[in-house]
Design a protein around this ligand. Structure first.
Ligand code: ADP
Length: 613
């Protein structure tokens, strides 16, 4: 059986001692057989010289294949018969014929035995050849641990050549460190005939390698242990890879714990799930509880069940990405906020797989809620403070209709008290009273709305209406401060989504700031230009330009910072609150100021989709 056509370096290594002498030995065999033939033919000695052909056959065993050996044997028989015929003719009944038969039988038996032996040797050599091809190191040592065989694999692994290693003490050369003791290893080997284990060994260059050593005991005569045959398989790279994997798993577990992020895997359509330790901890699943889609739903907050069901449905429809945020309702009443992001990593005909991350964002959501609450509270305080600043004009706003009610009431009574009451005049007076009462209650309604502390409510609003309402609240104050108002709106109505009171608060704040800036400046005309423009990007922008002192470029960066104020009684919270309100509405607020041109405050808000062309 020919297994390898191209000899490997290892095979060449094993066949090295034979190659050079083959030709020489063949020549030797030819010379020997020729000599035997000559002596056999020419000599008159009455012995079976042809028996010496046995030596030629034995030589040929190492030099030729099976067929070759048979061929050599036939040649030897031929030469024996030729020499007999030359020496004795065809006299078959004297002693020489008996010697011929002895010689022929010796040649025949030797050939049979040699061929048998050759089969065994070839088989052994084939095994050695196969062994030599393995990358494993094969080391044979005697019972005193002196190395007797050292394979090419061992040369490659440890760096010592065969000639350097053979004859050395195995333990002195490789300094093997076993996981068990040396005595335990030997006891096991002698008792069972085998031992297997991990060993750390030293190479010629000083490096350490970890190998799996498989030892088996070779028995000699009387079943006495003769040698130890060991194969050493280098697992250093595998070991390093496993260690690196374990390290990165530990890093990942640490990072997951720190960031409160777990990983999950989901197979579609089987619904089989994989969970990291942190993912289980977030869901508070027991270690022996295999998480399933059903158990996930069981832990989901009742109000968010539909969100989770929709995400599961998307997964079964093989959506490339799934992103969702929902809450868990724990057994003791705690609520956890989760963010989940999953990606389809394998999309097969038979099955698909998602890998995702889920993050416990409870702390963040709590902090956001607390921040939101304090923002709402702060905005409320700021509104109340603004109302305080407007108290005088508000009182006037309410007083005016009340005075009108009183005047019209008195007039109505007079018309009634006449000898002939004038019902028409009385009706007109009452109608005016009703209208003035409505005016007063409208002012009070606006003030109450501003003073009320409510959660922001998002609704579709007409921004023009909000600006007008804000102007109505500060209108009296503007008049008192002799501010001329110029209104340049390119739209009648524009829809934005937001909270009416909060948006009013922003506009009032900007109007009041502009008015205060102009009131404190020595300027001839106090003007306020209001502009409302549609932008191309689907937003509406509102500008308030005053004719005050403006804002120098060095103050500009601080303008929207909390507690930045240049006013003696100022809190410095107005513009900072304005910015958080506008940003919460998806808009932007900023200021510009050209020297000597006053200040311009711009705010832009997205137009509600249904209003867009
Ligand atoms: P406060 O009104 O309590 O000072 P704001 O946050 O509303 O707080 O305003 C911060 C500062 O911005 C004001 O103190 C003022 O210096 C400056 N500012 C605001 N609006 C104008 C304006 N129209 N012209 C000039 N400066 C202004």
């Amino acid at each position: 059986m020919k297994i390898i056509t191209e000899p490997t370096p290892a095979v060449r290594w094993f066949s090295r001692p034979f190659v050079n002498s083959v030709q020489l030995q063949r020549l030797g065999a030819i010379a020997l057989s020729s000599s035997i033939f000559v002596i056999d033919t020419a000599s008159s000695i009455h012995i079976a010289i042809a028996v010496l052909y046995v030596a030629v056959i034995l030589m040929s065993v190492n030099l030729f294949s099976r067929k070759g050996v048979i061929g050599v044997s036939l040649v030897c028989i031929g030469l024996t018969l030729t020499a007999f015929v030359i020496g004795h003719g065809f006299e078959l009944y004297d002693g020489s014929f008996a010697r011929l038969l002895v010689s022929l039988s010796a040649i025949g038996m030797t050939t049979v035995l040699a061929l048998k032996n050759k089969s065994a040797t070839d088989e052994l050599q084939e095994q050695v050849r196969l062994l030599a091809q393995t990358h494993d190191a094969i080391i044979v040592r005697d019972m005193n641990h002196v190395i007797t065989q050292w394979s090419p694999g061992a040369e490659a692994l440890y760096g010592w050549t065969k000639s350097q290693a053979v004859g050395q003490d195995f333990r002195a050369l490789l300094s093997p460190q076993l996981m068990t003791s040396w005595d335990q290893m030997m006891a096991c080997l002698l008792e069972t005939g085998h031992w297997e284990g991990e060993v750390i060994e030293h190479c010629r260059d000083g490096a350490c390698v970890t190998v799996v050593s498989r030892c088996s005991l070779s028995l000699g005569a009387n079943n006495q242990p003769k040698a130890i045959l060991a194969t050493h398989n280098d697992i250093s790279d595998r070991k390093r890879a496993i260690e690196a994997l374990q390290r990165s798993e530990a890093f990942l577990a640490g990072a997951q714990w720190l960031s409160q992020t777990g990983s999950i895997g989901l197979k579609i359509p089987s619904g089989e799930m994989y969970w990291s330790k942190e993912a289980r901890r977030i869901f508070e699943f027991n270690a022996d509880e295999p998480p399933t889609l059903t158990s996930i739903l069981a832990k989901t907050h009742p109000d968010d069940i539909e969100i989770v069901k929709a995400a599961i449905k998307n997964a079964f429809q093989k959506a490339p990405h799934i992103k969702t945020e929902y809450r868990l309702s724990m057994a003791d009443g705690r609520v956890k906020h989760l963010q989940m992001l999953a990606q389809l990593v394998k999309d097969g005909d038979e099955d698909s797989e998602y890998v995702g991350a889920l993050m416990d964002v409870t702390d963040t959501r709590m902090a956001e809620e607390a921040l939101h609450r304090s923002e709402v509270q702060l905005a409320h305080f700021s509104r109340v403070a603004t109302l305080g600043e407007l108290a005088a004009s508000i009182a006037h706003e309410v007083n005016q209709p009340l005075a009108a009610v009183a005047t019209n009431g008195t007039a109505g009574l007079r018309w009634l008290n006449r000898d002939t009451p004038d019902i028409g005049e009385v009706r007109s007076a009452i109608e005016r009273m009703v209208s003035e009462t409505h005016r007063a209650s409208e002012v009070i309604r606006r003030i109450r709305a501003m003073a009320r502390k409510t959660e922001p409510q998002k609704a579709a609003l007409n921004l023009v209406e909000i600006i007008d309402e804000s102007l109505a609240l500060v209108g009296r104050e503007l008049k008192r401060n002799k501010v001329e108002l110029e209104r340049g709106f390119d739209v009648e109505a524009v829809s934005v989504t937001g909270d009416r009171v909060q948006l009013q608060q922003v506009i009032i704040n900007l109007l009041m700031n502009a008015m205060q800036a102009m009131a404190n400046a020595k300027i001839k005309r106090r003007t306020l230009h209001l502009r409302l423009l549609h932008s191309d990007d689907g937003s509406v922008s509102f500008e308030i330009k005053d004719s005050g002192p403006g804002i120098s470029s060095d103050r500009m960066p601080m303008l929207f910072m909390a507690f930045y104020t240049t006013k003696q009684e100022g809190m410095g919270m107005g513009l900072s609150i304005c910015r958080s309100i506008i940003e919460a509405h998806g808009g932007r607020i900023w200021a510009t100021s050209e020297p000597g041109e006053g200040a311009v405050f711009h705010l832009s808000l997205p137009i509600s989709p249904w209003e867009q062309p």
